[in-house]
Design a protein around this ligand. Sequence first.
Ligand SMILES: NC(=O)c1ccc[n+]([C@@H]2O[C@H](COP(=O)([O-])OP(=O)(O)OC[C@H]3O[C@@H](n4cnc5c(N)ncnc54)[C@H](OP(=O)(O)O)[C@@H]3O)[C@@H](O)[C@H]2O)c1
Length: 276
Amino acid sequence: MTAWPSVPLHDGRVLPALGLGTYPLADHEAREAVRGAIGIGYRLIDTAANYGNEIGVGRGIADAGVPREEIVLTTKLPGRDHGYEETLASFEESRERLGVEYVDLYLIHWPNPRVGKYVDSWRAMIKLRDEGRIRSIGVSNFTDDHLDQLERETGEMPVVNQIELHPFFPQARMRAADRDRRVVTQSWSPLGRAKDVFDQPEIATAAEAHDVTPAQVVLRWHHQLGVVAIPKSASPERQRSNAAIFGFELTEAEMDAIDGLERGRMGGDPEEHEEF
Ligand SMILES: NC(=O)c1ccc[n+]([C@@H]2O[C@H](COP(=O)([O-])OP(=O)(O)OC[C@H]3O[C@@H](n4cnc5c(N)ncnc54)[C@H](OP(=O)(O)O)[C@@H]3O)[C@@H](O)[C@H]2O)c1
């Protein structure tokens, strides 16, 4: 496999250009999936307090036996813990479950705008980052208004915004909004949960033309958009093939054809969705 590229963050750190999602794996499944993925070459691992598998993810990282500093471990603050003190406590619980001294990337899982406390959480995350317990701080499911509010009130723009993004929901507007703010976009459900995305003729045709799988076409499309996909797979074969996307290139026409598959989101609307 060609070497894995990485993407620069505006805090001076870097992010591997592809990661492993772990929802909805239980602890024992996550442990196995993470250990195997690291063996294949994955260095970016995505979990969340709300996935209930931080213990398994942490053990998988320990089992893999690669130097800790090579791994970019992401976890997320649940909505029930928004608020300054609550965030400090919630982070510590996640860190203990993961069994690590520091977390590389900590994200606010959802903005929960009706609760209105994500700025307080953000201040706590800045403190944790400044103390060295978190390397980089970011958000998930934030709109441009939410991002701007964080910067206006704290002077700190997130380095990452993890959002729903796949061929049925390409998020052109939000990708541009992130880019304008030097925020790296990460794609959740990058394969559209492997439902009918793969059956689209535009994807099947490109797969045939490059002698790759539909999943590889979709993940390569993310890479060429400049976003970081975190496909979940518990299967070693699919983990391996999902990572083999750095040795071919989609044409502009193929990229445009996939952009044209837009249907709408599968998950919640950040302005409305409440995640606790
Ligand atoms: N921030 C957020 O709000 C948020 C929301 C949702 C998800 N996420 C994160 O994003 C990650 C990815 O999203 P997701 O899990 O919803 O969806 P996804 O990665 O688009 O799809 C996962 C599904 O695709 C299957 N799959 C993976 N590779 C495949 C391949 N090459 N061919 C066929 N099927 C394949 C997996 O099954 P197998 O395991 O059997 O391969 C699994 O059923 C999550 O795991 C989680 O870490 C974040």
